[in-house]
Design a protein around this ligand. Sequence first.
Ligand code: SF4
Length: 379
Amino acid sequence: MTQTLSHPVMPTTELQIIADKVIAGQRLSFEDGCHLFATPHEDAVGELANFARKRLVGDTVYFATTLYIHPTNLCELSCPMCSFYAKPGMKKAWFMTPEQIETKVRSHIHQNLTEIHIVGGLWRECNLPYYQEMFTRIKAIDPKLHIKALTPVEYDFLARLHGLTIEEVFKLMISWGLGSLPGGGAEVLVERIRKQVAPQKISSDEYLNIHKIAHQVGLPSNITMLFGHVEDDEDLVTHLCKVRELQDETKGFQTFIPLKYHVENNALGKRKQRLKSKNDKKVFAVSRLMLDNVRNVKVLWNYLGIDVAKELLFFGANDLSSTNIEEQIIIAAGGIQVAMTKERLCQIILECGRTPKEIHSGHCYAEDQKLFNCSLTTS
Ligand code: SF4
C-alpha cells in the first residue's frame, strides 16, 4: 500500500532507532518489543503504531453483525481465569439443543446477521453429531451465514472424544459449514503463565499446532492474547513473536485480538493484589508494531468500553469487532452489556475519521487478506 505518511519523530534515541526500523519496513526484534513496553512514552509508541496501522491497512475499520451462540457453559475443566464455566447442578448452568439454537438464530435473522460465533465449554454432549446437526440447521436458515466456531481447545477435546485427528475433525466440520476459527483460548503462549491461568488446557505448542492444521486445510483463524493478570511484558512479547513466526509459515491468521483480563467471578481474580495490570494502549500498540504480518488488530469494545475502544483505533487497531448479539463470556466476567447496532458502530467509526466496512460472510475480510498476503510476498 503506497501512501505518503509523515514519519513519526520519537522523544528518545532508542525509540527513534525502533521508529526508523518501522519506517524502513524492517521487522522489530524481541528486545524492541520489550523496550516499547518499558518506555514511559506511551503516546510516542501509539503514534508509531498508528503510523504502522495506516501504512499496513489504511483507514478502513471493520465490523460485523454477529450473533453469539454458547451451546453450553458446562465444562469438564475449571480454568482459574474463567468466569464462564459451570458444573452440573449449578443454577447458572445451561445446555442448548441444536433445535433451540436454530430457534435462536431464526429469532435474530431479521437483524441482518453476517456471522455466527460459536464457543462453549468442553462437554461430551457437544460432540460431532451435535455440531453436524447445529451447523446444518444454521445453514438451512441462510447458507450465506458465516460460521466461525470453536477454539483449538475445543477441537482438541472433540478429536480425543472421537479418536480422530484434528485434521479429520476440521474436514468434517468444513463439510457441515464451518468457515473459520474465532481464536479464543490462547491466553499467553508461555507455559509458566498457562500453568497459573489455565493449567488443564493444551500447551502453547499444541494450541499453535491446531491453528497450523486449520490453516493447512484452508480455514482462516483469529488469535487472542489475554493480558493483565500474572504475565510480565516479556511474556506478551514472546506470545507476539510465536504468533508472528507461525504466520510467516502459514499466513492463515486474519486478526489478532488482545483481550483484557477481568477479575470478576473467577478464581484468579481473588488474587487481586498479586495481579499485574497492563496499559491497554501499550498492549495494542506493541501488538500492531510486532505483528507486521498479521493484517488486522481487533478491539472488543464490550471488554473495554466504547470510549477506550475509540482511543485504541489510534493505537493500532483497525477492527471494532461487532454488534456482539447475545455474547455471554464477557458478560460473565463483568463486561459491558450495551445494545449495539450496525448503524451505531458505523457512527462511532466515522466519528474517529475512519471508514467503516462491514464483513459479509467473511468475504471482504478474506479478499483484503489475500491482497495483504500478496503484498507481503512481493515486498
Ligand atoms: S476457559 Fe474454556 S476450557 Fe477453561 S473452564 Fe472456561 S470454558 Fe472451560
